[in-house]
Design a protein around this ligand. Structure first.
Ligand SMILES: [Zn+2]
Length: 61
């Protein structure tokens, strides 16, 4: 067990493939052309999708 180091310090870019910014909340939002109707809000919302990590979020127009 002595040869397993707890802190390997891998390259962040290598480990997350550029998702470091995403992890810090700086997603690369791109507008998803498909607008979705939010029933709760009763209005159309624009869907955003992060081109890096694939996260999605909706924003009311
Ligand atoms: Zn992202």
């Amino acid at each position: 067990m002595a040869d397993i180091l707890p802190f390997r310090r891998p390259s962040a870019a290598q480990k997350h493939r550029g998702n470091t910014l995403c992890r810090q909340g700086h997603h690369k939002w791109q507008v998803d052309q498909r607008q979705v109707f939010d029933v709760k809000q009763g209005r159309l919302v624009t869907r955003y999708r992060c081109s890096r990590c694939g996260a999605t979020r909706n924003r009311a127009e």
